[in-house]
Ligand binder design. Sequence first.
Ligand code: ATP
Ligand code: MG
Length: 694
Amino acid sequence: RCSVSTGPCFWGYRFWTHSQASPHRWMRQALPTAAAVADLFPPPPDLASKAHVTSQDEYERMYRQSIEDPDAFWGDQASSYHWETPWSTPIVDYNFDVRKGPVQITWFPGARTNLCYNAVDRHVLAGDGDKVAFLWEGNDPGVSSAMTYRQVQEQVCRLANWMKSVGVGKGDDVTIYMPMTPELPIAMLACARIGAVHSVVFAGFSAASLSSRMLDSSAKLVVTSSGVRRGPKVLNLKQIVDEAIALCAAKGHDVGTVLVEDHQTALNRSDVPFTPSRDVWWHDALAPQPAECPVLWLDSEEPSFKLYTSGSTGTPKAVQHSIGGYMVGSGATFKYVFDYRPGDVYWCTADCGWITGHSYVTYGPMFNGATQVLFEGVPTYPDAGRMWEIVDKYNVSLFYTAPTAIRALMAKGDEQVKKYSRQSLRLLGTVGEPINPEAWRWYHEVIGDSRCPIVDTYWQTETGAHVLAPLPGATALKPGSATFPFFGVQPVVLDDNGNELEGPATGVLAMKAPWPSIMRTVSGNQQRFEETYFSLFKGYYFSGDGCRRDEDGYMWITGRVDDVINNSGHRIGTAEVESALITHPAVAEAAVVPVPHDIKGQGIYAFVTLMQEHAYPPEEALKKELIATVRSTIGPIATPDNIHWAPGLPKTRSGKIMRRILRKIASLEESQLGDVSTLADPSVVETLLSTRGV
Ligand code: ATP
Ligand code: MG
């Protein structure tokens, strides 16, 4: 076991050392050469002058302290929060090396705190109770409401009291299956208040997917809603919960209680199946409960929640997070990466069913006392201008979404965007997948009127918070790069044998030491935790993602390691080929996968979705044009061997392309599609199977 040490550990860190003489040389090199000028976007001066971190030098200084002296750096960050019992030093203790014993991570040893207290009570006690926490916008325009921090506190307390009254307490598992209404973060916070462990499942997963998660986490209580409206569709959530409970019962697990929020704008009570001996209406349950509920102080390392990964690479993993480290990590990244200031109106479009909705809806923003928009609907309902209408309605200043949404809106044209002012926006963010430079530029020029920096945040369910991301007042941006590590994060690029590569290099992304919000284990399965993240490259946390570090030290995610194509010995990132394809004006989206190839080892197979005005299949000439585009952008080594026209791509419910399914389709292995339960629209697979070779 070792603690993060100072001095040598940092200077031995190869990221900095392609010139041993000057560890800062990569920063200096960030000054562009003439040819690269067009690709570098320096921080807007007025934003930079007021930012939390105002220059690359300041970032560098803070970063260095975060690695060399974590006690001082993280102690200072943590002092913004209430700790009932302080931590002892060293502030971090860990083992990443399976050869030395079990992998373990401890931050803020001995400290006790509470996530709910820090997200809610602290602000009310400081006199900010009347500040708006949630600006809720329903699926249908015109349906909206607002809720202050004090009102959130009252609801959380009533719910926490009710949960205790039905026997839910510290360490008990609670499954939450709800739409994006204020009751969803409220339910999460109520669990946090009393030490119950929430597991939020995206309200849209099938009964089978829900039940497997409920079984895996032995849920005692399910909190749900009568229904949800998403675009023109209404989903009867309670009916899905009932089916899931029946599936659990068939496997011998009894879910004792179901709390049902009565979401009347979606469904009437009478449309919802209800079992009085087991089910309780939210409003009936909360009304008689006291509006105050004492906070349970918990050890920093006790579990806060578990969350299943999106399942794009296999069976979802139940990622378990901590309390103290998670709080400080999600809170600090929110503050610095979005450069949050009081007065901002923040909107993250992610659902709380994903980690983004945990760290950057329920927790990070609320730890900072932010006012945020919660949106129940979808970006294209009633039309593709909805997002910008909401931005204008609430004067949103910080906007955070996913590349898939950006590409979908880009395909609908600029007109729906230009109808709205968007003058309130000062920063844009993206997460979830590599963003291709084409979409980045559209986001920057059309949505942000070339005024707003874009923070491309690379992170994972497992990392709990951003690990690679620019700081908007400090970092010059390159479209498509998540730039540099956040404080405390020590990324390395490894070759296939686990050697750390220096300078500009392509390989796999790993981390050599823990940052506060890293996951603590796979819930109930330490073995899977160690096998998945710590076995392939001993002594490192392995991200599963491929990565390139350029000559200026910028980090570029090249896609999942499984998707890096070995084409006649050249390593080609699928993300790079996709980016090249998407520069063609006819292409809306592209997904590239490897296929076995007799001569080259692996061939390049591209699925291509066209802009909405094109019919399928298009003229043969388009194929030639796309191939020419890739050859001229990357080079002949990246020439696609196949182009498959795809009116739709298989995506997870969080909007990520499931490349593992595309790999099977491309390789004629459709009998081995694997777990497709997390697909948003399974019919897409049928269409692709039937159009192979067309
Ligand atoms: P599973 O682990 O079950 O396959 P998943 O990896 O899709 O699911 P998440 O934790 O939600 O589940 O996603 C994290 C992954 O998303 C990262 O490992 C990376 O591949 C991708 N990703 C997230 N943000 C970015 C980004 N800004 N740039 C590039 N890739 C990103
Ligand atoms: Mg993953």
